[in-house]
Design a protein around this ligand. Sequence first.
Ligand code: MBD
Ligand code: FE
Length: 298
Amino acid sequence: MTNTQAESSAETRRENEGTAVEAGTKATERFTASGKLAKLQVPQERVSLLAGEAIRAINDIAVKHQVTYEEYNALKAWLIKVGTDGEWPLFLDVWLEHTIEDINSQERPGAVGTIEGPYYVPNSPVLPTPGTLQMREDEPGTPLLFKGRFTDTDGNPIQGAQVEIWHADANGFYSQYAPELPEWLFRGTVKADENGYFEINTKRPAPYQIPTDGACGQLISAAGWHAWRPAHIHIKVSAPGYQLVTQQLYFPGDPHNEDDIASAVKPELMLDPKPRTDGGEGEEVVYDYVLAKEGQTK
Ligand code: MBD
Ligand code: FE
């Protein structure tokens, strides 16, 4: 690709789809404004332990591979760009969150979790079951009826459970992180009925390519990696008195189920969509949730 071609395709992306900087800045602003920051308290001994070992590990890698000043300055320039592109949330959620999630869900029985990623928005519109997520007229994509039931670890139905759901559209874009999409497109909070049943009407999301025009994309192309995540639906399930589960669900046959750049696919999170049984268009899929009580462990 010539420079002019690269520039004009970057231009096209900017006009139609937004840029890494827009999505990154939005994710950074949301994290900063979320109130999480004010509450963070890490004891001095943990800071010293974790920061100390991380710094030592990086120094050990530098020695092991005899890092040059060329490489050191490239690293410095790149780290600065991660910040100016607002891509620290993206970088961390793609390359570290999966490990943090594994560690912190080890003792929780019931539904399997995975990473939240950078594009969650709280307080999405509340819908009774059966609910239909907000879509545009002529929304592209295969209709998907997603349904299931909440029980506790003894098999009893749970009262007051809800499914928060968010996912990309058929072009791989998330509302509120790409321009010109309706604010709550493919985002909603569906309340289960008194027996724990829920039904959500949506459309299959597309595979998602993390922005290629920002610092993370620059690293990926400089290293010769790919930027893809398999198609996925993000979920948070909760009920009063039960532990929150954050997860994603995936579709069989997606070429990136085996090499997700964010390492967030687990076998328990694979859906099994079937043609609809009620004569409706598209597919349906059943996924049931077992929630653990607050404080309950394996
Ligand atoms: C996503 O949609 C996502 O889920 C993750 C983890 C990272 C980037 C974009
Ligand atoms: Fe995602």
